[in-house]
Design a protein around this ligand. Sequence first.
Ligand code: NDP
Length: 389
Amino acid sequence: MKRIAILGSTGSVGTQALEVVAAHPDLFEVEVLTANSNAALLIEQARKFKPNAIVVTDESKYKEVKDALMMLPIKVFAGQQALVDVVKWEGIDVVLGAILGFAGLRSIISAIEAGKTIALANKETLVVAGELVMKLAEEKRVNIIPVDSEHSAIFQCLIGEDLNKVEKLILTASGGPFLGRKSNYLVNVKASHALQHPNWSMGAKISIDSATLMNKGLEVIEAKWLFGMKNEQIDVIIHSQSIVHSMVQFVDGSIKSQMGLPDMKLPIQYALAFPHRIQNNYKRLDFKDFPKLTFEPPDYKTFRNLAIAKEAMFRGGNAPCVLNAANEMVVHAFLQNKVGFLEMSDMIEKTLECVTFIEHPTLDDYQNTDTEARTYAAEFIKKSQLSIY
Ligand code: NDP
């Protein structure tokens, strides 16, 4: 029986993780659930899964949650610090990091410090502070098991292999809803359109990141840290069917891939159950339904975010932290129709030019960088034509 803390239980990954847990009551038990402000869903989840504790980080929701659960033996906490504290509890075996964005960083660091196994969905943790986080995990002998489907695929391909015999990692990308489109089309697309991912059902922010290919850029940086690769060892290939979840090429030219239907419950289940593989009744991949699997290079000129993310990775230091903060800001603005689709790349690039470069950042430096980048990005967003009118 593994006792699990699900950080971000009300999100897309969090709710699917609870489906996995519910399907295997003999293997998993919920110890902690957390949400930001979705009090109604958090209350419903707490009533169903009866965790030991829950955290609502938006403090204005505390009373509502506390009152609703008064009759149950569930501890209720509020605020960001509670999130950092609760992951250290003795009763927790695995912490699933499924909070969105930079906000997920501190709780993951805290969980690693406490020696908890991490199932990591929150890619921003490694994008922002990969070097620091991986070093800490090594020091504390903590396993970080990826939940992102691409990284889960690579992780599975690497089992039993020598990391020194890896030539390169090949991350697959669906290409998102605008695959094949050019700038003259993209200039007018709106959030409602960009949110319609052809293969995956995900939260709003990652859906926009998939449409701009920033998601793949973030994943390249995530893979670098997670698997200890050099920048040049990570390739991206567009595979619009999302069946091959990613690949590893070895020094003898041999390539291993992991495949399956696009369903996040699979990598979530794999990460929670690791090192065991457990049975499920999810729909199986039938190759006859996919007679053609295609692969093509990404269009770096049109989808500039992928190129910008790779540049930030090569630059190193706090540049990926700036990239992430600017991206979180512009995606939020795009979702509110305050900036245009193509404008997002311009604003991220300009923010990267403005923020002070730090070659070897500390955790505090990352926090300050994040704040500085958000301030610049907010200025650029204000000046957008869409914000003005
Ligand atoms: P969602 O937006 O669906 O959910 C985010 C979760 O985080 C919610 O529980 C939300 O609470 C909580 N949250 C948001 N902001 C804060 C904050 N400031 N402090 C504390 N909690 C917060 O996101 P997804 O589930 O789509 O994604 C979560 C992470 O997993 C991201 O890093 C994403 O890149 C990654 N990921 C997602 C995949 C997917 O299929 N969705 C696939 C692979 C990776 P509330 O509901 O109350 O707002």
